[in-house]
Structure formats: structure tokens, C-alpha cells
Ligand binder design. Structure first.
Ligand code: SAH
Ligand code: SF4
Ligand code: F3S
Length: 437
């Protein structure tokens, strides 16, 4: 019988992408991938530390594994990802049953160290290099057969003062255009219909390359690839959203009109303390420009409430931008202190009660806007990419619009992974309901 391995993923799309690479390597090592922890001979936890809640979840899971390992002594436990990068010593102290701690840059070494562990040559490995080099290209086994990711940059140089990512993902580096094109072509050849370009700040792509490459040119190069597919990218930074990027988007309708444009805060003084590189006015001007130039644009965003020094007036600026930008969806967070980041030691931290109150109020406003924007889809005929059976109602299928809205409709399994057109006849806040036409 095959040995079984489970990969548990926390955090963002970068981790989802790295987990797909880990799974591909484990499969090559003879493991069968399982979703059942109790069946597993090997468990890999791919961790996140962007907020305190994210790291707490990881420690909770490690505790669960400790109990499980009492009855499954031979089980190998590996930890990688951003918390491993940040807190390797603490992980080993709190969870001595962990066999393998690997940094974000070390996942390509999994086969080498796994063999040593399996052969009892070693008991523990800790390898956390934070080299600022491009990691070697690795195959990936995505959970989906039609939606796949391609990393175009690694790391981040922006050092937003609240954010730990630059410390755990290293300096920003760009993947050469030809490698990105090869990866995309390979996915398309396998029948993938949606390609997601990944980076912490995709529109600063090319900064470190000496041949004048930039994000707008990369998009143009990808546009030369023929065929029908959807291209998404995550996340662009408002400060780097140049006109030529807008032109590249306009020129190719296969590029998703869902632009994720992280706001973080609406107040210029808070944005300055966050080191975001734009003002409230710059941001609103960009939104206006995007809306006037790109038809059917669907904006989404990330917002933090309760950053140090944020007053009620500052928070009202956030609400004001939210009202004006009219996002279809927003990821909203309470500010969470991260060790070593400049904001963690800023005076005037906002109280937990205040943060909770602001988050609640922000969610209320955004939920109303999401519902209002959702209503705009009513009676429209819209193309969706069909993902599979709806998890809630097994008779119904689920698809996604170009703008990334979920549509539930009555279909059949031959449509999975294909484009279809539906007419929307009901619009809830988060979900649309439609029928095939
Ligand atoms: N590089 C991406 C996102 C990185 S992290 C970008 O710049 O858009 C994802 C989101 O987590 C951020 O956009 C931010 O809203 C949130 N985040 C990051 N650090 C945080 C912190 N210390 N507390 C609360 N939210 C945080
Ligand atoms: Fe963090 Fe800012 Fe970089 Fe995004 S751009 S990863 S928020 S430092
Ligand atoms: Fe988390 Fe690392 Fe992503 S900290 S959000 S997994 S880059």
C-alpha cells in the first residue's frame, strides 16, 4: 500500500501555490495525497503569520498532531511557510514532535530530507534560509484541473509598517518572462482555463531585472498567447498602477476585470504611517481612472482598522473611500501587532474594543454596498467558468464570473472546467443564482 501524505495549508494564495508544489514533490516520492489526517504517514503544515490569529491556528494544529503522534509514532511531521520562517526555534520548543522545519525558500529540498528521515538517518531537520534568490522552478499539483497559479515575483520590498511579509518572504525578485510564459503554456496545454499571476506586489514586476521588463510588458507578452482563458493577477499595489498597465488590461478582454486594489486605510495620515506611498486623494483618483477606462470593472480590496494612531476621524476617511470606491467585496481586518515590524512599537495603539467596533461598522457599510453591487447583475447574461458541484446543494453547480462573483445554477458535470453563459435571476449579497442559456 502507498504511503499517505496530507498537506494542510494556511494563509494566502502564495501558500496555496507552494502547497501545490509540495504535493507534486510528495507524489513523486511515492506518497498518495490524502485529506484524512488519521490516515497520514506524513503531514506537512504550510503556515502563515500575517496576523496573530493565523499563527495561533498553526500552534493549535501542532497540538492536535502531538496527540495523534502518541498513537502514530512513525508519522513524520513537517512545518514550512511564513511562521516556520519567522519562529523556527519557538516551533521546535513548543512542538518537539516536529521532524522537519523548512523555510519558504527550502521546499525544493523536501525529497532529500524526507529520504533521510524515512531511513532514520536523522530525527530532525531545521533549514530556514532566507536567501533572496529565485527559488528553483518546481512542478505543482493544483487542487483544481482548470485554475492554476504562476508566481511572477517572490518577496516584497515595500515594508508597509504593519506587515511581516517582507521579513519572511525576503527581497522582491522577479521570475524571467520566458519562464512565466512557459509555465502558462504548460498549464494551458493541460487544459487549464484560468491562470492566476501571483506576487505580493505584481505591478512592480521587473524591478530587479536588467532588461527593462515591467508588468505592463509582461501582460502584453502573455496576451500574445492564443486561445480562450482567463487571466487574473494578485495583488497590484495602488502606488505602482501605471497607465501602461491599464492599457495592457484594456487591450485583452481575457484579463479579468476584477481588480483587487488594497486600500488598507482611507486616511492620508494613517497611510503615511503605514508607509503605503499614496494619499486618500491619489487612491480615489486611481479608482476614478480605472472606472472610466475599463468597462465592467469590479473592484475588491483589503482594509485594516485600528492601525496605531487611527482616530475616529481617520476611520471615517476609510468609510468615505469605501462609499466612493464601491467595492464588490472587501477583506477587512483588525490591526494585529507583528514582532519586529515598526508599527508594533508605535505609541498610541488602538484598544481592542475600538478595533472591534470599527470593524463591525465597516463590515456593515461594505455588506450593504456588496448587496447593492450584486443587484446590478440581475437579469444580465454573464459568462462563468464552471467549478463543480455546489457544496451546499448537491443538485446545483457553481461557477465564477470574470468579476469573481459566485453563481449557482442547474447544470451537469460535463460543464466542469468549461465556460458557460447564465442569466442571473436572483442576487444575494455573496451569491448570484442563474440559469444556463
Ligand atoms: N501583498 C499584498 C497582501 C499581503 S497580506 C498586498 O499588499 O496587498 C494580506 C493582507 O493582510 C494585507 O493586504 C493587509 O490588509 C492584511 N494585513 C497584513 N498585515 C496585517 C496586520 N499586521 N494586521 C492586520 N492585517 C494585516
Ligand atoms: Fe505587506 Fe505591504 Fe508588501 Fe503587501 S505590499 S506584502 S502589505 S509589505
Ligand atoms: Fe501569510 Fe505568508 Fe501569505 S504570512 S498571508 S502565508 S505571505
Amino acid at each position: 500500500m502507498n504511503k499517505k501524505a496530507m498537506v494542510i495549508t494556511y494563509g494566502c494564495q502564495m501558500n496555496v501555490n507552494d502547497s501545490a508544489k509540495i504535493k507534486a514533490q510528495l507524489t513523486k516520492q511515492g506518497y498518495e495525497i490524502t485529506e484524512n489526517l488519521k490516515d497520514s504517514d506524513l503531514v506537512f503544515i504550510n503556515t502563515c503569520t500575517v496576523r496573530e490569529g493565523a499563527s495561533k491556528k498553526v500552534y493549535g494544529k501542532l497540538g492536535e498532531l502531538k496527540t495523534l503522534k502518541k498513537t502514530k509514532k512513525d508519522m513524520i511531521v513537517g512545518v514550512t511557510g511564513c511562521l516556520a520562517q519567522e519562529k523556527k526555534d519557538e516551533i521546535l520548543k513548543r512542538a518537539p514532535h516536529v521532524n522537519l522545519v523548512l523555510g519558504n525558500q527550502n521546499i525544493y529540498q523536501i525529497p532529500e530530507y524526507l529520504s533521510k528521515l524515512e531511513n532514520d538517518e536523522i530525527k530532525h531537520v531545521v533549514l530556514v534560509d532566507n536567501e533572496d534568490e529565485l527559488p528553483p522552478r518546481l512542478d505543482a499539483d493544483f487542487d483544481s484541473n482548470f485554475s492554476g497559479c504562476v508566481s511572477i515575483t517572490y518577496g516584497c520590498d515595500n515594508f508597509c509598517t504593519y506587515c511581516i511579509v517582507p521579513y519572511v518572504r525576503g527581497r522582491e525578485r522577479s521570475v524571467p518572462v520566458k519562464d512565466i510564459i512557459t509555465d502558462i503554456n504548460n498549464l494551458l496545454k493541460k487544459g487549464y482555463k484560468e491562470i492566476i499571476l501571483l506576487g505580493q506586489n505584481v505591478n512592480s514586476y521587473g524591478k530587479g531585472l536588467t532588461n527593462g521588463e515591467n508588468f505592463a510588458k509582461l501582460l502584453k507578452e502573455i496576451s500574445k498567447i492564443e486561445g480562450k482563458f482567463r487571466l487574473r493577477f494578485m495583488s497590484p499595489h495602488p502606488k505602482d498602477f501605471t497607465d501602461d498597465v491599464i492599457e495592457s488590461i484594456i487591450a485583452d478582454e481575457r484579463i479579468s476585470r476584477n481588480i483587487h486594489l488594497p486600500l488598507q486605510a482611507g486616511s492620508t495620515s494613517v497611510l503615511k504611517k503605514m508607509n503605503r506611498g499614496y494619499t486618500k486623494e491619489d487612491y480615489l483618483k486611481l479608482v476614478e481612472k480605472l472606472r472610466s477606462k475599463i468597462k465592467n470593472i469590479a473592484l475588491t480590496t483589503d482594509i485594516i482598522v485600528g492601525f496605531p494612531y487611527e482616530t475616529e476621524e481617520d476611520f471615517k476617511d476609510t468609510l468615505d473611500v469605501v462609499e466612493k470606491a464601491r467595492y464588490e467585496n472587501a477583506y477587512m481586518f483588525m490591526y494585529s501587532k507583528r514582532d519586529e515590524t515598526p508599527a508594533a512599537t508605535m505609541e498610541k495603539q488602538v484598544s481592542e474594543a475600538e478595533k472591534k467596533d470599527r470593524l463591525q461598522r465597516l463590515i456593515e457599510v461594505q455588506t450593504r454596498i456588496t448587496k447593492e453591487e450584486s443587484n446590478k447583475y440581475l437579469n444580465k447574461e454573464i459568462e462563468i467558468l464552471v467549478e463543480g458541484l455546489s457544496p451546499r446543494n448537491k443538485e446545483m453547480y457553481i461557477g465564477r464570473t470574470d468579476s469573481n462573483k459566485v453563481v449557482i445554477f442547474k447544470g451537469d458535470e460535463t460543464l466542469i472546467g468549461k465556460f458557460a453563459t447564465v442569466k442571473i435571476n436572483e442576487a444575494n449579497t455573496w451569491t448570484l443564482y442563474g440559469e444556463l442559456i
